[in-house]
Design a binder for this molecule. Structure first.
Ligand code: GRG
Length: 351
């Protein structure tokens, strides 16, 4: 995620994320500090700040901080000071942390950011409670924010409902067949991905704009940009789940294939109709790939049938749509440039 050599004054996506993380950190620490000490300890672990003994692990396993950065840039893009968006940034980062925590429970994923998932480290019951605590804190913090707080809370609640709907579809798709009348169609996939991933990215940008006092059409344009970014982001996430390097992603490879998750590369490969697509369809219809060799075979058939390339194309199309949404609304030049760099970096990410 690098800026170009010629554009010396344009920060890289990593620079943008770092700057925003530093601005939000004190408020995030304060929010976690308001939790019950036990849920606070699990929250600090899940944010990558400490180990299971509560010992600080600076920079250990933190996430990229995408959502908090989008909130701050959303405010700057409408000409406001980033500081006004910090409560929104905290809220979306807490919701994101909560959703990963609960997602790992639902999917029985044991590893997150190279460490045991919270439910593995602390137990399922405590992990669910820690997620609940994060969610409650996110909403409370935003509701306590002076100015525009009703509109901001409304935005966050809408995104939460979309997240639940997206996750519900994602889980139910696991039990749908790969082809035939019950197969998951491209529109259904898109709606699921927009709900589970796009809604919070859109909300982050929109919250920044709301807290920055922007008019509704500008807020809506930023929400739309974030949702398209989310669709690109999820497409890349699907690619990383099959071909990513576990040492970089911090998650085991092929977990989605083992679970029968309806990811974009596999759905696109099956839609291709090639010999590899037919062989893939037969293989998936016979059984879920339970061991590493079977998953490896599925992955190479998906690649051969064009699923990886099609998903790259999908990510590229939504990145373009996200950029178009930004261009369609008047934004401050510096923030618009930083958003552009960040969007491109996220569509090319390897973790
Ligand atoms: C909102 C009430 C309520 C429930 C949530 C569990 C759930 C329902 C939804 C799960 C949503 C989910 C986990 C979507 C995946 C989004 C995604 C691609 C996450 C990865 O985000 P990164 O790459 O992660 O930004 P890091 O590790 O960098 O923070």
């Amino acid at each position: 995620m690098q800026g170009t050599v010629e554009d010396v004054d344009v920060p890289s996506a990593s620079d943008v994320l770092r700057r925003c993380r530093e601005l939000v950190r004190p408020a995030l620490v304060d929010a976690v500090g308001r939790l019950h000490p036990w849920t606070g300890e699990m929250a600090a672990y899940s944010l990558g700040w400490s180990d299971t003994a509560g010992t600080p692990e600076p920079g250990g396993s933190e996430g990229k901080g995408v959502r908090q950065a989008l909130a701050l840039l959303g405010a700057e893009a409408v000409g406001a000071d980033a500081a006004c968006a910090v409560p929104g940034a905290v809220a979306v980062e807490l919701v994101h942390t909560f959703s990963l925590l609960h997602d790992d429970v639902m999917d029985a994923d044991t590893l997150r950011r190279r460490r045991p998932a919270v439910w593995k480290a602390y137990g399922t019951g405590p992990a669910v409670l820690a997620g609940d605590a994060l969610l409650a804190r996110a909403v409370t913090g935003l509701a306590e924010t002076p100015g525009h707080h009703a509109a901001a809370v409304r935005r966050l609640c809408d995104a939460l409902n979309d997240l639940v709907a997206g996750q519900a579809e994602d889980l139910r798709f696991e039990h749908r067949p790969w082809d035939g009348p019950g197969a998951v169609g491209p529109e259904e996939y898109r709606s699921m991905a927009e709900g589970k991933t796009g809604a919070l990215l859109g909300c982050a940008l929109a919250l920044g704009a709301v807290l920055g006092g922007a008019p509704e059409p500008t807020v809506a344009a930023l929400d739309r940009a974030g949702r398209h970014l989310g669709l690109a982001f999820q497409a890349v996430d699907d690619i990383l789940g099959i071909w990513g390097d576990p040492a970089t992603t911090g998650k085991p490879v092929h977990a989605d294939l083992h679970r029968g998750k309806k990811t974009h590369p596999v759905l696109a490969a099956l839609a291709g109709g090639s010999r590899a697509a037919r062989e893939l369809g037969t293989l998936l219809a016979s059984a879920r790939p339970t061991d590493a060799a079977a998953a490896e075979r599925v992955a190479s058939l998906v690649e051969e049938a064009g699923g990886r390339a099609a998903t790259r194309g999908e990510a590229r199309r939504h990145l373009d749509a996200a950029r178009d949404a930004l261009r369609a609304t008047p934004l401050t030049r510096t923030a618009a440039r930083e958003l552009d760099v960040l969007f491109a970096g996220l569509a090319d990410r390897v973790m």
